[in-house]
Design a protein around this ligand. Structure first.
Ligand SMILES: [Fe+2]
Length: 369
């Protein structure tokens, strides 16, 4: 597990940890860095990888030997079942607070975030306030994120490098998955292979990302990970009037959809459109029993508000669409069945607004490779 934290002044990149409160039997050292953005200079950003750790176990830890603040987190299970929380386009508004509060009640194993985190939009202190906002949850469970357009933060002439803050603050395990970029990577969690793609970096067939994806899909052992989930930011299927005709969605779909179909990816999650929409299994624009289920879950609560205009009539491939703030829970119960529940934040935490069982493609004889 990688622990990331920030201190205002210089401090050691050390995490002390153990399985009982205040009793740190192990410690790990990592690295520290900082970045500049126009007149802003970040605090000291530390990250350290701790372990090996036992699955499904609560660990207590402290950062930079600061004994005034003890955190704890639970490691994911080694085998199915595993429960994911899913929320995209979070931001830091009252709606975000509501989403985070609901997620806090799910008792999930891991959070998946399909991009657009802080909505800092060049204002670097907003990355710090976002860190403080999510710390109570992000210190307790793994947060696995990919980037959205709000993470790019490139300015012509004055700051030409994209993703400066995102890459400095949200170091994901790309090295371990053979990727050369923090903007796309993959990992296994229990029986699930999760692939995080980058909608705002090169994805054409000559790109590193495309070649890496091809290789990564080729290495999947369906015996070990019967489920495959792919996460992008800009949705490849979308019947909202918002974000139509964007190359980050359309071109990426043209290039990569055949790869995902051939590899029998089960579910593709996206954000970007500030609403919820679930499609049936699709490939190349048409319903297809062996294609992925596409879901847009960009309704985490950002300051831009909801996208509430839809194309009419509704195509048959779009099963459920609604512009409400919310979040989802995805429980992979076993190798063949998973339960998806989308919750509106307005409802009580126990009420699912859209609930559906998925069957893994690897278990369907008709879709056998
Ligand atoms: Fe976005």
């Amino acid at each position: 597990m990688r622990i990331s934290w920030i201190t205002q002044s210089s401090a050691p990149a050390v995490v002390d940890y153990g399985t009982s409160p205040k009793s740190y039997t192990n410690s790990a050292s990592g690295t520290s860095s900082s970045y500049r953005y126009l007149f802003y200079k970040s605090g000291e950003i530390h990250d350290a990888v701790i372990g090996p750790l036992n699955p499904n176990t609560i660990y207590y830890y402290r950062c930079s030997s600061d004994s005034s603040r003890e955190f704890s987190f639970k490691t994911p299970p080694a085998q199915l079942p595993i429960k994911f929380a899913v929320a995209g386009d979070l931001g830091q508004t009252d709606w975000t607070n509501s989403t985070l509060q609901h997620i806090g009640q799910l008792n999930h194993d891991m959070l998946l975030l399909p991009g657009d985190l802080a909505y800092a939009d060049l204002m670097q202190p907003l990355w710090d306030s976002f860190g403080r906002l999510v710390e109570p949850l992000a210190s307790q469970r793994p947060w696995m994120v990919t980037q959205g357009n709000h993470e790019v933060e490139r300015m012509p002439l004055v700051h030409k490098t994209p993703f400066t803050a995102y890459n400095a603050r949200w170091h994901m395990p790309f090295e371990q998955s053979g990727s050369t970029s923090n903007l796309y990577y993959s990992f296994d969690a229990a029986g699930v292979h999760v692939i995080m793609l980058g909608s705002y970096t090169n994805f054409d067939p000559a790109s590193d990302q495309f070649k890496w994806l091809q290789a990564d899909l080729g290495k999947i052992d369906r015996g070990k990970t019967p489920w495959i989930i792919v996460i992008v930011h800009a949705p490849w299927y979308n019947t909202n009037t918002a974000h139509q005709g964007e190359s980050a969605a359309d071109l990426m779909k043209t290039y990569m959809e055949p790869l995902l179909y051939k590899a029998q990816v089960d579910i593709v999650l996206a954000g970007h459109v500030h609403a919820y929409e679930r499609f049936t299994r699709v490939y190349n624009g048409k319903a297809d029993d062996c294609g992925p289920v596409y879901i847009t879950i960009g309704d985490g609560g950002n300051r831009e508000g909801l996208a509430n205009k839809y194309m009419d009539p509704k195509p048959e491939t779009s099963v459920f669409r609604e512009a409400s703030f919310g979040h989802a829970q995805l429980e992979m119960v076993n190798a063949t069945h998973a339960l998806w529940n989308w919750h509106r934040n307005d409802d009580s935490a126990t009420v699912a607004s859209d609930s559906v069982w998925f069957t893994s493609l690897s278990s369907l004889p008709v879709c056998k490779l």
